[in-house]
Design a protein around this ligand. Structure first.
Ligand SMILES: [Zn+2]
Length: 502
């Protein structure tokens, strides 16, 4: 059970009292114990996930990871476009940020927690998080609740006032309405930031923790709305009974909802319609994937670009959680000559999260084959890291920041590494300025031989064949057709697209 005004008393609503970042299995195990202490009291957690929002961000993330000489696990997770961050927050204000992108596999205790039907996971658009988690980590999320359902239920029985726009049903809207908390800062920009960065920024941490915390706090606020007189305590079983109907229930796709609301508003007065709705209508008139039309009168395969494409997964037809997919990955296309670079919207299709994850996995295999065929190694980096020097810098950093917490042997070992590098005698004291000097050691240098895998592949295929770029496009398209067997490609989509024109 939970005290009614729990968060009001101990912390401002929507803010965590305690944020823990888990970047490794051992850090997760510690965080898991903290979470479980709270969950045993009140088995409801706020949940949210972050991933790389689009191909461009993914490519930047990949470049950043390669340049930092980062682990192959991180690089692999970026390439597979896996969910990068999972946020879990308890009603008591503990928030754990699990940096999934640094894990090569998920700890079993985390899998069990997500699949545990007795622990409810609340958030907004949680169904999409569930799909993304399954698509990238094949982990089941059970007992999830979309807060928008609970809110509508509260609205229908008059426990909260009627909502006026769909925006109010988003996490920010609910937070404003139920917690009196107005979102600040440019949230949209942070949402589209690099969630696979080697270190998360302070803004990212605050944003990520906030979304999970707001989720659980809004849920408690809704419980309070349902039992306004229960000044004492709410019992878990009451809450479970009351909200059972909301469990694992997806919400209607926003497009239909928006359509209904638009119809309603047009009935009243067009001039009163909010500008946002008008913009949304305008946007709807532009076919989603046909914006890169070539100029002039459409001819031959250019007709492809003026078709209206449907908003559904080209592989399985699902209309939920759609993500754009470049059939010819952008890393290769950007190495094409400029005339070929421009014709790429043909190869941009929509996939659902599950199919997207599947294609990422098979794409890795084709990359490997291309690497072998064209002698173009996948893991080259613009920057070379001197492992020995890197170790010295890390040792000095650890000694500066956590000297009291280090076990004696470990401390000795680290000090020895720094001493050796600075050529200090074993019995001479290691001062703070020595450590600072060692943290500043430059362990990275430019890789003179650097040439990206994609660039080498494009160069070599063009040397071998007259129409090399087309050949590479065809390879990727055939690969997509063979491995994904798409059932819903637009009628004019063709594996030989543009070939005759060039
Ligand atoms: Zn699909």
């Amino acid at each position: 059970m939970i005290t009614n005004d729990l968060w009001c008393a101990s912390r401002p609503p929507g803010t965590s009292s305690h944020v823990v970042i888990a970047s490794s299995a051992s850090e997760w195990e510690e965080a898991f114990e903290l979470l479980m202490m709270d969950i045993l009291d009140f088995p409801f957690v706020g949940i949210d996930c972050e991933w790389l929002a689009n191909d461009l961000i993914a490519e930047q993330a990949l470049q950043a990871a390669l340049e930092a000489g980062y682990s192959s696990t991180l690089i692999d997770n970026i390439e597979k476009r896996r969910v990068c961050l999972l946020q879990l927050a308890t009603s008591q204000g503990t928030c754990v940020l699990v940096r999934l992108c640094l894990f090569d596999q998920l700890p079993n205790s985390l899998r069990r927690l997500l699949a545990d039907e007795k622990v409810w996971k609340v958030g907004v658009n949680t169904q999409c998080d569930k799909k993304q988690l399954f698509g990238s980590w094949t982990v089941e999320l059970e007992s999830w609740v979309d807060l928008r359902h609970v809110f509508k239920d509260c609205e229908s029985v008059g426990l909260v006032g009627p909502y006026r726009s769909d925006r109010e049903l988003g996490l920010n809207g609910l937070s404003e309405r139920l917690l009196g908390r107005v979102a600040c800062g440019n949230k949209a920009a942070i949402a589209k930031s690099n969630w696979a960065a080697v270190e998360l920024s302070a803004e990212q941490t605050t944003y990520a923790a906030g979304d999970a915390q707001i989720g659980i706090d809004c849920f408690i606020a809704m419980c309070n709305a349902v039992w306004p007189d229960a000044r004492g305590q709410l019992h878990t079983t009451d809450i479970c009974d009351r909200f059972e109907a909301h469990k694992c229930r997806p919400i209607a796709p926003p497009s239909e909802k928006a359509k209904r609301r638009r119809e309603k508003t047009t009935e009243t007065s067009a001039t009163e319609r909010p500008v946002r709705d008008q913009l949304a209508e305008k946007a709807k008139k532009i076919p989603q994937l046909s914006r890169n039309k070539p100029h002039g009168r459409p001819q031959g395969s250019e007709l492809y670009y003026i078709q209206t494409k449907e908003n559904r997964c080209v592989v399985c037809g699902s209309q939920e959680c759609l993500v754009r997919k470049n059939i010819v990955p952008h890393e290769y296309r950007r190495c094409f000559s400029s005339e070929h670079k421009n014709h790429h919207s043909h190869d941009v299709v929509l996939l659902c999260a599950v199919c997207h994850a599947r294609t990422d996995a098979v794409d890795t295999e084709l990359r490997r084959q291309l690497a072998e065929r064209f002698d173009a190694p996948l893991c080259t980096s613009r920057v070379v890291v001197d492992k020995q020097l890197h170790m010295v810098a890390k040792a000095a950093k650890a000694l500066l920041s956590a000297v009291d917490r280090l076990p004696h042997d470990r401390k000795e070992l680290l000090q020895q590494a720094v001493r050796k590098h600075l050529e200090i005698d074993d019995d001479a004291p290691l001062e703070r300025h020595h450590l600072l000097q060692a943290t500043a050691v430059d362990y990275r240098s430019e890789n003179g031989d650097f040439s990206s895998h994609a660039k080498v592949v494009v160069e070599r295929i063009c040397q071998q064949k007259e129409q090399g770029t087309h050949e590479l496009e065809r390879i990727w398209r055939d690969h997509f057709l063979t491995n994904m067997k798409p059932q819903f490609l637009p009628p004019m989509w063709s594996r030989d697209h543009m070939k005759s024109d060039c």
